[in-house]
Design a protein around this ligand. Structure first.
Ligand code: HEM
Length: 405
């Protein structure tokens, strides 16, 4: 079906299959203005890279409106300078080095528990039966929150995430999201107080005891950073797990290669992130009037970097619409570092702090699942559908495989 411009990012056609619009946008409307939300959508690789790395001209001030009302305080994304560097370091400590080793043990145990009942049946919805609870449990473990509370915590932070990522929110949804944020804060404050008096090894304890410029963080600061990690960690990870399996099932020869050589998993995860990044949009604010691809972005403009479109720009990747775990223009080792060629983790100062954790988490789980899901295929009658404009992933992924006794 040919794609016609002008079009709307808010249209049903775009929501159904955004990737069909990426090439026409890059070629004919590389800076697309969306009047209904007075925002600009930038789709070329070089332009996205420039916006995410020119920290003077494009700032994360947008998050003040998008995040602060529900995050209860300031999140990493909206900080800059020394405060950002120092607090980012504190958060990073929570899931690297020795902490990471310990977390991977918990992740293996958690994954084994969650998958066991489905393995016996030979059928599993990789999104709803496994990926979602798994990724939420993993984030709760890092923070030191009780796993048994996962459903209500996930519902609350779902509301918070909806507020941050919605392009247009009705007054009812807005109220719902603010209500979720209040309930989540009410749940977290007693935990924070308890960790202040009896700190443990978890990230909440680290946040409670850390100091910035000689001063400890307030309950509000700690709450905001907890929400930051909860929202940032769980959703993209569960979407990536499902997308990885979808792409491998759709490319049986590559699935067979990964089964034979699990060392290829890192490359398969990196290519999944390039091909279908779960975070599709990264917003910024233009601080001064700036020309991008011949279009003037006025000072104060909201700009959405289209990560999905940039990651499929032929100026950056050969045969960009092909899923290929062997591509030589990506590079597995650097795909989870600041030198990543794809932009699924963003780029520049605010690039994802959880990239190494995400790789370890997804690789660990995929390495466990692959040998267990013998003859894995879509369940009869299953229809693949994706949802989301800001973050995007499969609604479900129902798989059949040989039951494990
Ligand atoms: C495949 C999984 C993941 C993807 C695709 C992803 C993607 C992203 C992206 C695109 C950003 C940049 C936002 C911006 O520039 O404004 C980001 C930031 C962030 N991510 Fe991730 N993320 C993932 C997993 C994780 C995990 C597992 C954690 C924590 C354990 C995490 C924590 C964060 C935090 C705290 C930030 C804010 C960093 C800052 O502003 O300095 N992410 N992530």
């Amino acid at each position: 079906m040919p794609v016609s411009l002008p079009f709307s990012v808010l249209s049903d056609a775009f929501a159904a299959a955004p990737h069909r619009f990426f090439a026409p946008l890059r070629e004919r409307a590389p800076v697309h203005h969306e009047p209904a939300i007075d925002s600009y959508f930038v789709s070329r690789y070089q332009d996205v890279k420039r916006i995410l790395t020119d920290h003077e001209a494009f700032t994360t001030e947008v998050f003040q409106e998008r995040a602060e009302p529900v995050m209860r305080g300031r999140v990493l994304a909206q900080m800059s300078g020394a405060e950002h560097t120092a607090k980012r370091k504190i958060v990073v400590r929570g899931f690297t080095g020795a902490a990471l080793q310990q977390q991977m043990r918990a992740i293996r145990a958690n994954a084994a528990d969650l998958m066991a009942p489905f393995l016996r049946r030979g059928r599993m919805d990789l999104v709803n039966d496994f990926g979602r609870p798994f990724a939420v449990h993993a984030a709760l473990d890092v923070l030191g929150l009780d796993r048994s509370d996962w459903r209500r915590v996930a519902d609350w932070y779902g509301g918070v995430a909806e507020f941050v990522t919605s392009l247009a929110l009705t007054p009812e949804r807005r109220r719902h999201c603010l209500n979720c944020a209040e309930q989540l804060e009410a749940y977290l404050v007693p935990v924070i107080r308890e960790r202040r008096s009896r700190p443990g090894e978890d990230l909440i304890s680290t946040l409670c005891t850390a100091e910035f410029e000689g001063v400890g963080m307030s309950d509000r600061d700690v709450t905001a950073l907890i929400l930051n990690v909860l929202i940032a960690a769980a959703e993209p990870a569960d979407k990536t797990i499902a997308l990885l399996f979808k792409h491998l099932i759709d490319h049986p020869e590559q699935l067979a290669q990964v089964r034979r050589d699990p060392d290829l998993l890192g490359a398969a995860i990196a290519e999944t992130l390039r091909f279908t990044p779960p975070v599709q949009l990264v917003p910024r604010r233009a601080e001064e009037s700036t020309v991008i691809a011949g279009t003037t972005l006025p000072a104060g403009a909201t700009v959405f970097c289209m990560i999905g479109a940039a990651n499929r720009d032929p100026a950056a990747f050969g045969a960009p619409d092909t899923f290929d775990i062997h591509r030589t223009d990506l590079g597995t080792a650097r795909s989870f570092t600041a030198a990543a060629q794809h932009m699924a983790f963003g780029t520049g100062l605010h690039q994802c702090v959880g990239a190494a954790f995400a790789r370890a988490e997804i690789e660990t789980v995929a390495a466990m699942l692959l040998p267990l899901l013998d003859k894995v295929r879509y369940s009869p009658g299953f229809r693949y559908r994706e949802t989301g404009l800001y973050t995007r992933g499969p609604v479900s992924l129902s798989l059949d495989f040989t039951p494990v006794p």
